[in-house]
Design a protein around this ligand. Sequence first.
Ligand code: HAM
Length: 414
Amino acid sequence: MKYSALKGVHDIFPPDIYTWHKIEGVAKDIFSASGFQELRTPIIESTDIFVRSIGETTDIVEKEMYTFTDKGGRRITLRPEGTAPVVRCYVENHLYNLPSPQKFFYSGPMFRYERPQAGRFRQFFQIGAESFGAGDPKIDAEILSMLKLFFERLGLEGLNFEVNSIGCEKCRPDYRNALRDFFAGRIDRLCPDCKRRYEKNPLRILDCKVDTCIELKEGAPHVTDFLCGECREHFDAFVSLLKLLNIPHAINPNMVRGLDYYTRTTFEVTCQNLGSQNAVAAGGRYDKLVEDFGGPPTPAIGFAIGMERLVTLVKSCSIDGIPAPAVFIAAIGAPGEREGLRIADQLRKKAVWVELGYAGNSLKSQLRRADRLSSKHVLIIGDDEIKSGRLKWKRLSDGSQGEIAISEVYDFFE
Ligand code: HAM
């Protein structure tokens, strides 16, 4: 019987894992410099948390959640995104009692039962960040600036920042009505999901991925034309701060996002090189969600980056070397193997990457392996070397070689 990974999930192994490490390291540095601290939440949560926040009529909740009943009869969901769990944690642990804004970042796997294709998986990873307690558009601009710096540090170019405001609960009813009026004459041609959404949540029709619905939404009213005075002021201030910080951006009045919890600012970072799944990061404000979860009124904003898409971009433009052993110790005979093992043990104590040859392999095959691993140096150790107390070393990159006392090996390699 042959086993294979499930559809839409994937293993991550060398050399790709080094790109993952690099991205995670840059994220930690850049996000920490803006005061975001790491938070780890569980991968499983009560299903209600997602239904309530992401919204009953969204694709994620209607079609994509991995939900099951556990042995205690609880409805449990593998998290499809990271914001709702962070909000749950913030409210449950009364983190709103700490000075605001409270800022967190997280990374880990998310699960959505989507149709797999390039850049779209059923298990995918996100790095996300969430800020609680500041409604000021300044923080919206700070977050976009942090994202821009993050992508720059990874050497990425050609990214587009698209921004929009989708208003608040005051402006939303008028916009919903305008959408219903617009789609009234087209209901018959909408997909069955959107027919339902027409009554319950017509905004979701704008996010539908069915071809006919995409055509039918052509010319639909823009949410930005329905913003109340305060939302308009907030959006204008945000956009002027983007200019101040030199963040090139486009206002995309069609961007409504696929999750219901957003209010006011929304944004996406896209890249043409990614093909049809071109959003590498996305986010926005969710000023009502903390209250919905039973906390005090707390404006909040955040984003999530799709790791697999980002890894593709970073790999396409970086020429980073793959890590390789600093030393390969080839041994001849049992005493040589014992001494080689002792030296490796010493060097590994100072985190030098050492590889060893193993019993039964000829010197030739050990050296071939050293070469395949792109080892930086090779040491050869046998009876003669042990007797003289001196080792031969060779640097594989330029072929240079020399001798060194066994007692000095520890200091020779960094
Ligand atoms: P989202 O737009 O659903 O937002 O996902 C954010 C990013 O995750 C996407 O732009 C994409 O790069 C990646 N992504 C989403 N689904 C998949 C998939 N099936 N396969 C591969 N990558 C995927 C959120 O998740 C919000 N929680 C973002 C947020 C945080 N808003 C406020 N705070």
